[in-house]
Each structure stands twice: as structure tokens, then as C-alpha cells.
Design a protein around this ligand. Structure first.
Ligand code: SIN
Ligand code: CO
Length: 363
């Protein structure tokens, strides 16, 4: 029998309606039988790796200090109060990658990574806000989380030794998290975690694309398709004698509408899939003998259906296939194992597209 996929024990529908991107939510005992797959020593070991993205934050006599990894073992032998953070641990440890299953009711393509932190008693990263949604899962030990006010780019912050910390923090609610408890913090909400005992925290982060990036990609695509000789037509915007030199509100509105109409009429909607799957990790070339494959950790794969076609986005690149391939794509995006010969038999071109863009790895 296949093991049950991990799931947070809470009402997903209520969460989506009342909390997602709106309000914080404490989920006590969200993963009742789960045990942290990592020990502090495992995390420290990862932080020694050249390719791991790690940071060490120390606090001594009110002064914060940030250093970037890779570290040497002796750097963890320190007198101050410290926290070690390692980004994208899901790319290194399959048992951490499995945590993604807990939130499969949210769009896959919004998932960013699982960051894991280890803090000694009293440690933390200070009062701050993130621009992404985060589910803070307590792995071991306990941590006091304080929540504060909503923040934005204008909220006063101070640079403390490289850390962008809030100048003021007013506690609106606080919770002590024990292993298996989860706190969801929406983007922009101030939060501040302080380890009550030595503790491990898993941060399941969701990234949102920048509107500027989406807009630039949309406009670029339309500029590639548009007839460059197309001129603005005045239509009804020029309807009476104008004052010399004046650009009227109607002139402006007419130009605005012309641009919007062009953007919509020449849009194929591919910009979203392209942008959100960019900057994914690439797998090693697949062995020709591979029988079973799955999504490479950190690779970005998404799809949408356009009429009777299915458009596939793999690490920023795009390929068209038929809707019959959708079940395979759902399996891959859901981190399930896929029968490779069956996938190739269904669409050999799709297989080579997925391999050449580094999203498949052998199991
Ligand atoms: C931490 O794990 O210490 C920090 C996580 C966060 O504040 O987002
Ligand atoms: Co944070």
C-alpha cells in the first residue's frame, strides 16, 4: 500500500475563504504523527556544502550580525545567541520535499521552497515582515511567535548588521509553537520568532511573481506580434474644437483603450506560465535506461489548457501537447512517480522537451 501523503489537519476550504493572503492562522497539531526528518546536526552539515544557500545570524549585547555560508563546523561553536538558516532544503532532502504535499490544495506554481532554521534558546531572526506567504512548521523544540501589524515598503526599518529589521513592533497576538504546530503568516504581516528552547523551524514559502515582470513579459510578447505600422485612431475622442495644445481626457482615454484592446487581442496568456516557471533547478541528463521518473527537486513545471491543447511550461520554456497528457503532468507536478516508457509512448516530443529543460530525474 502506498503511504498516505502528508496533509495539514485543518479545513482547507475555510482557510482559503477566510485566511489565505488575508489573516494569520494558528493550526495546532497540524501534522500529528510527523517527526522532524532533520536534526540540528543534519542542518549544520548542509550549511557546510558549497552549493547550499545558508545564513548565520548572531545576537550579542543587542547587536545583530549576519554572515553567509558555506560555513565550517567550528563556526557553530560560538558564545552568542544564534540562528542558522538554510534555504531550499527541499532540494536536498526528499523527506523535506514531501512537506510540499501538505499544501497541495494551493497552486503548485506558487510554491517556492522549504527553508529550515535552527536556533539556540533565545535565538531568532528579529522582527521583520516577508513579502511572501509562509507556513511556519515547528520541527523540534518550541518557539514563541509574535505577530504584529501589517507592513509595506514604507514601514520604517533599520539595517542591523545586514538584517532589515522593523524599527517598531507592536504585538497583536502571540503563540508558542510545539512540534507539529503550524502558524500561517500572510505577506506583509510583521512577525518575530524567539526560540524558547533550541529548536528547528520549517518555513514553507510561497512566492508570488512581480507584477512588473508579468507586465513586461506580456507587453514584450505583444510587441513581437503587433504590426509596427499600426497607428492610433482618434475615433470619437476628437469630437469638437480643442483648445490650442490641449490633450483632453478623451484623447488620453482613447489612447489608453487602444493599448488595452491591443494587449488583450494579441495576448496568448503564456507570459504567466513562462515567468512563474523561470529560474527552476535543472536535473542531470536522464539515463536512457530510466524506467521511472519524477520532478527534479527545485525544477519548475506548470501547464494550462488552451482549447484542445495543453501548454506545458518547464523551467521557463514552453511546449504544446494534447490534453491526453494532462494526467501525466498532474502526476509530475504533484511530485508523484511516473512510468517513463508510458510517458514517452504517449508523447515522445514532450519527453524530450521535459528532459532538455531539466525537469525530469530518474528514480
Ligand atoms: C526562522 O525560521 O527563524 C524565520 C522564519 C521567518 O521568519 O520567516
Ligand atoms: Co519571516
Amino acid at each position: 500500500m502506498l503511504p498516505e501523503p502528508l496533509t495539514f489537519q485543518f479545513d482547507e476550504k475555510v482557510f482559503l475563504k477566510d485566511y489565505w493572503q488575508r489573516a494569520p492562522l494558528l493550526i495546532r497539531n497540524a501534522l500529528p504523527d510527523w517527526r522532524s526528518p532533520l536534526t540540528p546536526e543534519d542542518l549544520a552539515g548542509l550549511a557546510l556544502e558549497e552549493d547550499a544557500d545558508s545564513r548565520l545570524i548572531g545576537l550579542a549585547n543587542g547587536a545583530w550580525q549576519l554572515s553567509e555560508g558555506p560555513f565550517t563546523g567550528s563556526e557553530f561553536d560560538r558564545p552568542d545567541v544564534w540562528t542558522l538558516l538554510v534555504n531550499a532544503v527541499d532540494q536536498w532532502v526528499p523527506a523535506v520535499s514531501e512537506l510540499r504535499q501538505c499544501l497541495r490544495f494551493l497552486p503548485n506554481w506558487r510554491f517556492d521552497d522549504v527553508m529550515v532554521s535552527y536556533a539556540v534558546e533565545g535565538g531568532g531572526v528579529g522582527p521583520h515582515f516577508d513579502r511572501y506567504d509562509v507556513f511556519l512548521l515547528q520541527g523540534s523544540g518550541s518557539r514563541l511567535w509574535r505577530l504584529g501589524n501589517w507592513c509595506d515598503e514604507d514601514t520604517p526599518r533599520i539595517d542591523h548588521g545586514g538584517l532589515n529589521l522593523l524599527e517598531q513592533f507592536e504585538t497583536t497576538e502571540e503563540h508558542v509553537l510545539n512540534p507539529g504546530d503550524v502558524l500561517y503568516v500572510p505577506p506583509g504581516m510583521a512577525h518575530w520568532g524567539v526560540a524558547q528552547t533550541d529548536c528547528l523551524t520549517y518555513s514553507l514559502g510561497f512566492r508570488a511573481p512581480r507584477i512588473t515582470e508579468l507586465m513586461a513579459r506580456w507587453v514584450d510578447t505583444v510587441l513581437e506580434r503587433i504590426n509596427p505600422d499600426l497607428l492610433l485612431e482618434d475615433k470619437a475622442s476628437v469630437c469638437g474644437p480643442a483648445r490650442a495644445g490641449e490633450i483632453t481626457g478623451a484623447h488620453l482615454e482613447n489612447a489608453r483603450q487602444a493599448i488595452l484592446n491591443t494587449l488583450l487581442s494579441l495576448d496568448d496568456g503564456a507570459w504567466l506560465g513562462q515567468v512563474v516557471t523561470e529560474s527552476g533547478e535543472h536535473a542531470e541528463p536522464l539515463s536512457p535506461l530510466a524506467r521511472r521518473v519524477r520532478l527534479q527537486e527545485g525544477a519548475r513545471l506548470a501547464w494550462d489548457s488552451v482549447g484542445s491543447d495543453c501548454r506545458v511550461f518547464a523551467n521557463g520554456e514552453q511546449h504544446l501537447t494534447g490534453t491526453a497528457l494532462q494526467p501525466f503532468l498532474e502526476q509530475l507536478c504533484g511530485n508523484e512517480i511516473v512510468d517513463y516508457p508510458a510517458l514517452c509512448a504517449a508523447d515522445a516530443e514532450l519527453c524530450s522537451f521535459l528532459i532538455s529543460n531539466g525537469v525530469l530525474r530518474g528514480v
